[in-house]
Design a binder for this molecule. Structure first.
Ligand code: FES
Length: 153
């Protein structure tokens, strides 16, 4: 391989690595936050569902995160908050309804590593042995914040 071929191959390799990084980043739509707990309410800024990436000095790309996992030391299990559409969210307690193991979020479903139960973005059972839906919490939007009422815990 001569010098020109080497430089050309290195250029292709760098281009491939850069593209791979963008693709992997595009797959990463999960975000973990420490939630603000006020009384029995969690407040999450709607901006937490956005990721800004600066392209140039005056040029930002904003991508929407499909879900956020909110945690707080006073809440035993995290809460997975799915953005179902603009201004429509679901908040699911990440405690398996089968025997109480903590769930893991994989895209649009929550999976239990203990015995394999799966739940959709609304908390409905998609795969047994669980046979009851997840605990969900009512959500509202107030002044650019998503409000999650924990009265049901
Ligand atoms: S505790 Fe989750 S499937 Fe059994």
């Amino acid at each position: 391989m001569n010098r020109n071929e080497f430089i050309k191959n290195c250029g292709y390799a760098c281009l491939g690595l850069g593209t791979m990084g963008l693709l992997l980043e595009g797959c990463n739509s999960q975000k973990m936050i420490n939630a603000e707990l006020v009384g029995d309410v969690i407040r999450i800024p709607l901006s937490d569902f956005e990721t800004r990436k600066k392209l140039h000095a005056n040029d930002d790309i904003i991508s929407k995160t499909s879900y956020i996992i909110a945690q707080h030391p006073k809440i035993k299990f995290p809460i997975c908050v799915y953005r179902l559409a603009d201004n429509t969210y679901s908040a699911l307690y990440m405690r398996c309804s089968h025997q109480g193991a903590e769930l893991t979020a994989f895209g649009d479903k929550l999976v239990c590593a203990a015995h394999g139960s799966e739940f959709d973005q609304y908390g409905k059972v998609q795969n047994a042995p669980a046979d009851t839906p997840l605990r969900t919490f009512p959500t509202t939007i107030e002044h650019q914040y998503l409000i999650i009422s924990l009265k049901a815990i």
